[in-house]
Design a protein around this ligand. Structure first.
Ligand code: EPU
Length: 437
């Protein structure tokens, strides 16, 4: 895949032009990753996945599956996974370290092969991110878990269906345990599950493989394990976080931007908050796409956003992944906004970078106090994680003068062709190789 992922890049962003035009939403990274891992439930069978975004994290999951023996090919957005009769049950440390979502192979491997050795994912720049809930659920299903030299060794003759209550509706734990339950004896009932749209996408794939999954009850998933699977084909849902990034690019530049291929109910939390902040937008069927919807934002009559308060919460609450993006948008509101982060401990590292651009943000415990300023100034800033990088680009678009957003590697993990997509709606942005002194 593109060598753009191998080098260090920065993005030059020249601000204040109102963006105008249409952007199409990519497939969701966070739906594609667990679905890719779920192919390990197949044996001598094939999974075809459409609408897969071309991203660094997708490449990492591809490398991981290949290292295990799966043959993976790609033709534009369609990926094919040919799974052999037997795979290696060990997830190499360097790949798990590169991407936490690598631990999603744990559930399917123990379910299908009775064994998995997966390096413990470490902390990351948004906070410590344990996988205790994943492991606790597997133990309840009868797996034996041992930690040795930084690796999780999981084993089980055959997992057994049971009732699992998640202490927190973790997205990854829900996904790992759903995949583990696919081959368990009897029925597994997982309670207090994550309700993110990505969970439904995985449920649909598991059904396509022949597993009986009922994920209709809010926060409860029931799975009846199977003895055999079948080839399957599914489409990755649109990426709600990417869609909201371009919606906010329109809002922050006072532009007129339409984002296509959006599922409105996936982004209700942002739309409700934009309404409160006084943004004019409409949700309309996408021309020429029978089932799809678009969101169009229009120049703000009052010019400035009204200040608002937000608390991040599991879906359908306001997503933590949109938190840095909305904070960037509120830097130029007409008053004081409060944004409380409830999912991750260290997700405000980027606030200091926004302040370098003239924003006025104080972090008090887990709350950002954002005092709206009249203008932002271009500056050299560095992404601290994926969504922080996107927030800095948004701020750069709404600043006077030029900014340079460094550490674009983070951004490539989750945004396909972000420079080309922004240019197509009138942004003055360019990727440049960073000096590697
Ligand atoms: N947690 C535990 N124990 C566990 C699992 C989670 O304490 O066993 C805690 C975490 O430490 C965190 C909270 O629960 O504080 C939420 O974690 P969750 O498991 O729900 O998140 P995740 O599955 O690790 C996914 C996304 C993240 C997104 C979160 C929350 C993927 C691949 N990643 O992570 O996406 O922020 O859900 O919605 O699906 C991103 O795309 O930029 C990103 C970080």
């Amino acid at each position: 895949m593109g060598s753009v992922f191998l080098k260090m890049y920065k993005m030059k962003v020249r601000g204040v032009a109102s963006l105008k035009g249409r952007v199409n939403t990519q497939g969701a990274k966070n739906a594609a990753l667990p679905i890719m891992a779920s192919c390990l439930l197949l044996k001598g069978q094939k999974m075809i996945l459409d609408n897969v975004p071309n991203l660094q994290d997708i490449d990492t999951m591809t490398d991981l599956l290949r290292a295990m023996g799966v043959s993976v090919s790609r033709d534009k957005g369609t990926m094919t996974f040919d799974v052999p009769e037997d795979v290696s049950c060990e997830a190499p440390e360097h790949l798990v370290r590169k991407m936490r979502a690598s631990s999603l192979v744990l559930g399917p491997l123990v379910a299908r092969y009775g064994r998995a050795v997966v390096s413990m994912p470490g902390g990351c720049s948004i906070g410590s991110r344990p996988i205790d809930l994943h492991l606790k659920g597997l133990v309840k299903m009868g797996a034996k878990i041992e930690m040795r030299n930084g690796f999780v060794h999981a084993s089980a003759k055959r997992l057994r269906g049971c009732r699992i209550y998640l202490d927190f509706p973790s997205v990854g734990a829900t996904e790992n345990l759903m995949m583990a339950a696919a081959f368990a004896t009897g029925e597994t009932i997982i309670e207090n599950t994550a309700r993110e749209p990505e969970i439904d996408n995985l449920a649909t794939v598991l059904r396509g493989m022949g597993v009986k999954v009922d994920a209709e009850g809010a926060g409860c998933v029931r799975i009846r394990g199977v003895g055999e699977t079948q080839d399957c084909r599914e489409r990755v849902i649109p990426d709600r976080i990417e869609a909201c990034t371009y919606i906010l690019a329109g809002v922050m530049t006072g532009g007129e931007v339409t984002v296509d291929d959006v599922v409105p109910e996936h982004i209700d939390a942002l739309l409700a908050k934009l309404e409160e902040a006084g943004v004019s937008f409409s949700v309309l069927p996408t021309a020429g796409n029978g089932a799809g919807y678009s969101v169009a934002v229009y120049p703000n009559i009052t010019k400035k956003l009204r200040p608002i308060s937000i608390k991040t919460m599991p879906f359908p609450g306001f997503p933590t992944d949109m938190q840095p993006l909305i904070v960037a948008a509120l830097t130029k509101s007409s008053g004081v906004s409060l944004v409380e982060e409830n999912l991750f401990q260290a997700r405000f590292l980027y606030a200091g970078e926004l302040n370098r651009m003239g924003a006025d943000i104080d972090i008090k415990n887990n709350t950002a106090v954002i005092r709206g300023v009249n203008s932002l100034d271009g500056a050299v800033v560095a992404a601290t994680d994926l969504r922080a990088g996107a927030a800095l680009i948004l701020a750069g678009l709404a600043s006077e003068g030029e900014s340079s957003v460094e550490n674009m590697e983070y951004v490539f993990r989750g945004y396909e062709n972000i420079d080309a997509k922004l240019r197509a709606i009138g942004a003055d942005v360019a990727l440049e190789a960073a000096d590697q002194s």
